[in-house]
Design a protein around this ligand. Structure first.
Ligand code: TMP
Ligand code: MG
Length: 213
């Protein structure tokens, strides 16, 4: 009936170190959501297809040098340029799976020495993830998984700092932050992720989308 509460989609963030299996798990999660007839979209950050995303891509592939604050703000701007679209989809009942989000934005810049408070600021007000699945993996194990790629940040010392910073940032998220042991098999991780997501998709029905703070 017309008085039924409007259901919205859930905003699900998958975070973790490079090589933790984020993209694999995002795809498996999308497959599972489709099987269960939950309307869903995958959104990867950085989204390298936009003009800002192309600048980010040039920086990451190390062909371009950018001052630390500048690239930090570009990563945030890349989220802001897609935020209205994300909000609209959520309110239309579409669940969105994010392959990285504000948490990567904060910790990778903080790992270079910018303060955590500074790093959070530009993302304040963005649609807040209903849950963050942090795929946790030791930096050395990540490196041994076939090695990091050749992009900026894909070196063990950076990843080690990033992992510690993720833990610090996660504490602020309290119940929304779920640490998943990414050292287990792909199937085991998939089931843990699904267990969390299935519950959250139901829980957010009728709840307004929050704002990152
Ligand atoms: P990707 O490999 O998942 O495409 O991410 C590219 C790199 O960008 C990765 O090392 C994490 C980093 N990153 C940031 O520094 N800030 C951000 O806001 C995001 C989303 C990623
Ligand atoms: Mg990468």
């Amino acid at each position: 009936s017309s008085s039924a509460p409007k259901t919205r989609g859930a905003l699900i963030a998958i975070e973790g170190l490079d090589r933790a299996g984020k993209s694999t798990q995002c795809q498996l999660l999308m497959d599972r959501l489709a099987e269960r007839n939950v309307p869903a979209r995958l959104q990867k950050f950085p989204d390298r297809t936009t003009p800002i995303g192309k600048m980010i891509n040039a920086y990451l592939s190390t062909s371009t040098t950018l001052e630390d604050h500048t690239i930090h703000l570009l990563f945030s701007a890349n989220r802001w340029e897609l935020s209205a679209h994300i909000l609209k989809l959520l309110n239309d009942g579409v669940t969105i799976v994010l392959d990285r989000y504000v948490y990567s934005g904060i910790v990778f810049s903080a790992a270079k020495g910018l303060s955590l408070d500074y790093c959070r600021a530009p993302d304040v007000g963005l649609p807040r993830a209903d849950v963050v699945l942090f795929l946790d993996l030791d930096a050395e194990v990540a490196r041994r998984r076939g090695g990091f790629g050749g992009e900026r940040y894909e070196v063990e010392a950076v990843q080690r700092r990033v992992r510690d910073l993720f833990k610090e940032v996660g504490e602020k998220e309290e119940g929304r932050w779920r640490v998943v042991d990414a050292g287990r098999s792909v199937e085991e991780v998939r089931e843990v992720v699904w267990g969390v997501v299935e519950r959250v998709v139901k829980e957010v029905e009728g709840m307004e989308v929050g704002r990152f703070e």
